[in-house]
Design a protein around this ligand. Structure first.
Ligand code: 13P
Ligand code: SF4
Length: 348
């Protein structure tokens, strides 16, 4: 089977923002949470949060009738909820997906600066040219892409459904053009043996997990199960007991009998892991190798831009809300909705 990887679209270090935040005091945070809850109710808004954002935002989403979920469930929840105003706490592709699926709703984000290295590493013009060179292939793109890239695709997938969808396409004899995550693409290719031509993007968080240091850590914790998100390098995935989306990782932690887990994904997920499994121990997979090269803290800088402070400002200040509304060009949105609908339909 063909596996071909093209020019490298990983981000240079200077393209990744440094996010410094000042954490309000306990009593300030308590007061903010109360005001945010009241405003969400008063303005009939629903908060849809990803597992990687600040734990207090996750709790607020749950307490106020919103949801905290993986990227697939966020899309479904936003589409199906009766509220006409959504606040998406996550990264921009998640806000855009909500808007594409429900163009009649108003979708806001605490900050529109919350990007994703996979989205940034797949410029639509270059991707369109790439597709043009391979007109015989079915275009499958990861949800972590812009609306324009989705509009160029046949299928959108998330890590929750990519394996099943690619297996079904392979069974139909289709050859695939995959973008943007090369690690997830390689993993799916290895699992399905599908003919996949891979774009060469990467997640700046997951790419930092180090296989050798992980093997050493496993010797220290021989009874720990290893839970890995498939955006990680192949050598890290190869050691895993569970490979899957954020919700698959949470399920694995709940269902496996182990008392200790090593987790290779963004550290925001530890909030749910610890809350749901108070008697289990969770350890971060190492991002530092033997050399002094570590630039990661297993924490997505764009997810970290979602804070209580900017969520509260969004709710209290009309002009900020005006600036932070997610807009998608209607023609692009209409085209991008086709592969998204296909994904959600496939999952039913
Ligand atoms: P999930 O679809 O597993 O929630 O992952 C989204 C993501 O951005 C992972 O880095
Ligand atoms: Fe994108 Fe990686 Fe952040 Fe997920 S963790 S939003 S893939 S940069």
């Amino acid at each position: 089977m063909a596996v071909e990887v093209l020019r490298d679209y990983s981000l240079a270090p200077e393209q990744v923002p440094l996010v410094a935040s000042t954490r309000p005091t306990e009593s300030e945070r308590k007061a903010m949470r109360k005001r945010i809850g009241e405003e969400l109710r008063r303005q009939k808004m629903v908060l849809v949060a990803h597992y990687y954002v600040d734990g207090e935002l996750q709790e607020l989403a749950e307490e106020t009738g919103g949801c905290v979920a993986d990227s697939l469930e966020m899309a479904r929840f936003g589409r199906d909820h009766e509220a006409q105003k959504l606040i998406v706490a996550g990264v921009r592709f998640m806000g855009e997906t909500a808007k594409i699926l429900s163009p009649e709703k108003q979708v806001y984000m605490p900050t529109l600066a919350a990007e994703c290295s996979l989205d940034l590493g797949c410029p639509p013009d270059a991707f369109e040219a790439f597709i043009g060179q391979h007109p015989d292939r079915t275009v499958v793109v990861y949800a972590n892409t812009s609306a324009r890239v989705k509009a160029l695709s046949d299928w959108v997938v998330t890590s929750s459904c990519a394996l099943e969808i690619v297996s079904a396409l392979k069974a139909r004899g289709e050859r695939i053009l995959w973008a943007p995550d090369k690690h997830l693409g390689r993993y799916i290719q290895a699992q399905t043996q599908a003919d996949m031509l891979l774009w060469s993007g990467a997640c700046v968080v997951h790419e930092e997990f180090k296989a050798a240091a992980l093997a050493d850590l496993r010797k220290v914790h021989p009874h720990a199960a290893l839970l890995v998100h498939p955006e990680s390098p192949a050598e890290v995935i190869a050691q895993a007991d569970v490979v899957g989306s954020t919700s698959a990782i949470i399920k694995g932690a709940r269902e496996l009998p182990n008392e200790t887990f090593i987790v290779a994904t963004d550290r925001g997920i530890f909030h749910q892991l610890r809350r749901q499994n108070p008697n289990k121990q969770f350890i971060e997979a190492p991002t530092a190798g033997d050399g002094a090269t570590c630039r990661s803290c297993a924490h997505c800088p764009w997810m970290a831009m979602n804070e209580l402070q900017n969520l509260e400002r969004l709710l209290l200040d009309d002009s900020i809300r005006g600036r932070n509304e997610v807009h998608v060009d209607p023609a692009i949105g209409q085209r991008a909705k086709l592969p998204l609908d296909r994904m959600l339909e496939f999952q039913r």
